[in-house]
Design a protein around this ligand. Structure first.
Ligand SMILES: [Zn+2]
Ligand SMILES: [Zn+2]
Length: 275
């Protein structure tokens, strides 16, 4: 079984200093079949000045890596788009003008507030925080499903579906399975309508949390609703984390009956067996 890491960062993200080559070296070391760079594309007016996504520079760096390592490993060019409904025209125009193996959609903001900035949530409890986040993720995925039904398919993967879990752990020490069956169902159904593949993001496991994002109950529910493929992402911001904890994630997929990884090249999805 050979796996693909379709969510990781480099010095082309505001919050990461890794030279891309170090990620390739680690992926080879771990025996991955491929890795896809997904640097941040953050368009909220308060974050846009910090955004380092320079498509020409990234394409040059990836071309050079493909020349050196392309016979040993697949090296993909992707992007992690931060969902900002007010910036959708700008985002879609940018995506249409550039080429990607995969486009990841991630909800990092909920109801006008960045989830990763603690001061916005002083005095809140983790359950409300997670509930509010999931309503934002529900609305975002409904928007993408609506686009799909009108012939648009600019996004391929939904990043870290219950992302608020990572911050609920940081802010309040929260580490429980998510207990929001109705919202999780709505998000999963929207993903199926939108042809948006949910990722299993393993970053919480290296932070010593019990489950990846999402955890096993959600993966099982996705399978029960008819989901057949998922993506794996380490969300590595340091090279040693590329492909980290993928055995755990594959174990969760297998026990839920999800038998395929969704691997993207040139925006086309190919299912790869995890059996
Ligand atoms: Zn993210
Ligand atoms: Zn990321």
């Amino acid at each position: 079984m050979r796996l693909y890491d379709q969510h990781l960062h480099t010095w082309n993200s505001f919050d990461c200093k890794t030279p891309p080559e170090q990620n390739v070296a680690e992926a080879l070391e771990k025996g991955l079949a491929g890795l896809t760079f997904t640097d941040h594309f953050d368009t909220h007016p308060s974050e846009w000045p910090e955004c380092k996504y320079d498509d020409a520079k990234i394409a040059r760096e990836i071309d050079a890596l493909r020349d050196r390592f392309g016979d040993r490993i697949f090296i993909g060019k992707g992007i992690e788009v931060c969902y900002q409904p007010e910036r959708m025209d700008f985002i879609l125009e940018f995506l249409a003008k550039h080429t990607f193996d995969v486009v990841l959609l991630s909800v990092h903001w909920a109801h006008g507030k960045p989830v990763h900035v603690r001061e916005h949530f002083d005095g809140m409890d983790p359950h409300t925080f997670i509930h509010d986040y999931l309503t934002a993720a529900r609305d975002a995925t409904a928007h993408i499903a609506h686009m799909q039904e009108h012939g648009g398919h600019p996004f391929h993967i939904l990043g870290h579906m219950d992302f608020a879990k990572r911050y609920a752990n940081r802010y309040w020490g929260f580490d429980e399975p998510i207990n929001e069956p109705q919202l999780i169902d709505e998000i999963l159904r929207n993903c199926l309508r939108a042809n948006l593949i949910p990722e299993i993001n393993t970053s919480t496991l290296r932070n010593k949390m019990a489950e990846p994002m999402p955890g096993k109950d959600t993966v099982q529910r996705y399978a029960d609703l008819g989901g057949t493929c998922m993506s794996l992402g380490s969300d590595a911001h340091s090279p040693q984390y590329v492909g980290e904890n993928f055995d755990d994630a594959v174990g969760i997929m297998r026990s839920a009956g999800i038998k395929h990884l969704a691997v993207f090249r040139d925006g086309e999805m190919k299912p790869v067996d995890v059996d």
